[in-house]
Ligand binder design. Structure first.
Ligand code: TRP
Length: 366
């Protein structure tokens, strides 16, 4: 254990980890278009509800792009992980289906190597949790900055063990299918660090001649963070500052009308001093591809009203096909269930193979 802790301390320098992740992410980005089959993308979301435009621009569009490039892409719905900080479990199944609808409406096309599944339905993968737990120390789990932050934010009085150990389960998510690229935001880097440590330690201890697990890396999103319509914090449903993908065009217009701007009439792009206006300009830019600066210049004396009208128009246009598809999918629960069942079937096939390899490496065959 002493050795394990040392290597973690050495690697736990957050800045160094971020710099390395950015570098690695850029290397992968360059290579992935040329060699899409060298990679296996694994991403996931907790089923907390329907998705909003922050998810759409920050991660969904990127997943669609990667899968269209021919990269095998597995999308998991973390319905076990969501139990760590959500008391409500009544709506998990419904939320899972809503996530699938959002993914498909955004352009994910399921195929032989692109699939969606809830991780609670893959028992063979979940078996890996037990040996993986023996490869990390409790001190390492205690130190995870993302987990610490979640504990603080949730205000929980006593920390359930699932909260401390879910990063190990996330390593299971990533490693059971030998995923080597994980498109995530910066907050997930500590979890990738855990997955890499477990992969390395497992290979070293149980299978030094023939490594079983690859070391997975983050693919960091290039999209600037979208703030909520309050312009103050990350877009998040619990803060009520979102535009949902499933909103109607009218609801979208109303939400944008209420968005916070500032006193100055003339529109300029100044992220430091005018974060609210800058945020709206950036969302327009994500829809049209035009630079925020240029959009600001064009609007100029048109002021906040014109800024909001422009945003409403381009955002509704960007989301129109998605929303149409969404409405159709919503009517077809049989198809949504089929997508999930097919995904579970594929995930279980992969997981069974990995579990067999793992048992052989650990001398557990009978
Ligand atoms: N922790 C992720 C989140 O909160 C969800 C997640 C679970 C995930 N398993 C994963 C992300 C595996 C990437 C890979 O958003």
């Amino acid at each position: 254990m002493a050795q394990i802790q040392e290597s973690f301390v050495e690697e736990s320098n957050a800045e160094k980890i971020l710099a390395e992740a950015v570098k690695k992410s850029e290397e992968i980005e360059k290579d992935i278009a040329i060699n899409p089959k060298k990679y296996k993308v694994l991403t996931g979301d907790r089923p907390t509800g329907r998705l909003h435009i922050g998810h759409y621009f920050g991660s969904l569009k990127n997943r669609v792009r990667l899968s269209k490039m021919g990269v095998p892409t597995m999308i998991l719905i973390a319905d076990y992980q969501v139990l760590t900080d959500h008391d409500a479990f009544e709506s998990i199944s419904q939320n899972t289906k809503q996530l699938v609808i959002d993914y498909l409406a955004a352009g994910i096309e399921v195929s032989d190597d692109v699939f969606i599944y809830p991780h609670s339905h893959v028992p063979e993968a979940n078996q890996l949790m037990i040996p993986f737990l023996t490869l990390v120390s409790s001190a390492e789990l205690d130190r995870n900055p993302t987990v610490k932050d979640e504990i603080l934010k949730s205000g929980m009085k006593s920390v359930n063990a699932g909260m401390l150990t879910y990063p190990v389960h996330q390593a299971v998510d990533i490693l059971f299918c030998k995923g080597n690229v994980v498109p995530v935001g910066k907050d997930q880097l500590p979890h990738l660090e855990v997955a890499r440590l477990i992969a390395k330690r497992f290979n070293k201890k149980f299978s030094p001649e023939k490594p079983i697990f690859p070391e997975p890396h983050a693919l960091l999103s290039k999209t600037p963070m979208i703030l909520g319509l309050d312009g103050a914090s990350k877009m998040s449903k619990s803060l009520g500052n979102t535009i949902m993908l499933c909103a109607t065009e009218d609801e979208t217009a109303k939400a944008i009308k209420k968005a916070k701007t500032d006193q100055e009439r003339h529109i300029t792009y100044e992220p430091e001093t005018r974060p609210e206006v800058a945020n709206l300009l950036r969302i327009i830019s994500l829809c049209t591809g035009e630079e925020p600066q240029a959009i600001a210049e064009r609007i100029g004396d048109g002021g906040g009203g014109m800024l909001k009208n422009t945003l409403t128009e381009v955002l509704n246009e960007e989301l129109r096909p998605l929303r149409q598809k969404r409405a159709e999918l919503e009517k077809d629960e049989t198809y949504i269930k089929k997508v999930l069942n097919d995904g579970v079937f594929k995930a279980r096939q992969i997981a069974s193979k990995t579990l067999e390899e793992v048992r052989t490496a650990m001398n557990m065959n009978i």
